[in-house]
Design a protein around this ligand. Sequence first.
Ligand SMILES: [Zn+2]
Ligand SMILES: [Zn+2]
Length: 352
Amino acid sequence: MTTTIPKTYKAVSCPGAGKGWETVTVPVRDPKPTELFLKVLASGICNSDHFVLDGAWPGITYPRITGHEVVARVVALGAAVDRAGRYKIGDVIGIGWNGGYCGVCRFCRKGDFEACVEQPVTGFSHDGGHGEYMYAPQNAIVALPEDATKNSSYAELAPLLCAGFTVYDAVRTTPHKPGDICLVQGIGGLGHLAIQYAAKIGLKVYAVSSGPAKEALAKSLGAYEYIDSKQTDVVEYIQSLGGAKAIICTAPSAKHISAIIPAASRYGVVTLVSAAVDGNVEVFNPFMNMRRATLRGWACGAAHDAEDCMRFSTMANIKAMVREFKLEEFNEAYEDMAAGKPQFRNVIVFPE
Ligand SMILES: [Zn+2]
Ligand SMILES: [Zn+2]
């Protein structure tokens, strides 16, 4: 276990929009008063890293180190960080998409930290975890259960802090009763986690993908039934069962999402957690009216909600399926992710 403070560290940084990734040496500074200095143990590559690479994120500044699915060890505390026991040097903690909050805006004063007007994002507003070390504001720290690493590696935990948290929150905030039907559309980086959460939360999961290849995997993750959309009319079949109370749309295809929305039950809730890349989602308006169905979007919340996710994930033994890479292999790991190849999350791991 290393808690000594180095003078410099290596990281992978994006020097500017469209300029790719480069390995840089970053000088270590003292943490700001409310920051922690952290040794990164694992950092997941998320599809949304491309917003930095492409320059598509509003207000992004460069150079920028991305990485918002991070498991790290506390190395140093800023002067104003709570030393009353919440954070101790040597603790293993998590950092997710949410990069903290201001604490004084109208949303924060109502406790709606996720809606903070500043909305800092880890790896976008400030540097993230694709490096040997990083800094993080104390209100972005996600405490991990003591036994989080009993059955999971750091790499298996890291993607739960963005991909896992997003689908966990989407499922748990959908009104449901145990045994209600949950339709998970897509079995990829988000979908393989959505199946696990929905099943462990007590829903009857129907997992949808095209072709027979993912049937065994879907069932091993907890799906009650696998539906091959090439063989079965998904909407007709699910409606014959009474409709889905929850539909979690994880594949980034507006065409496929639009096609599956009419599988919703009366008062069913369709949640979009992926960002469609092929156009806009279309809805047949009278269907939604007559079924009193809801279509909504969802994204990561603040750190205290991520802690709920990590507690539940540990209790239910939910883990991401990952492939591990070293920092020197970052380009290969990123290209593999961008090409949609991973089964299912690529994670950069660092020696302890
Ligand atoms: Zn992410
Ligand atoms: Zn705020």
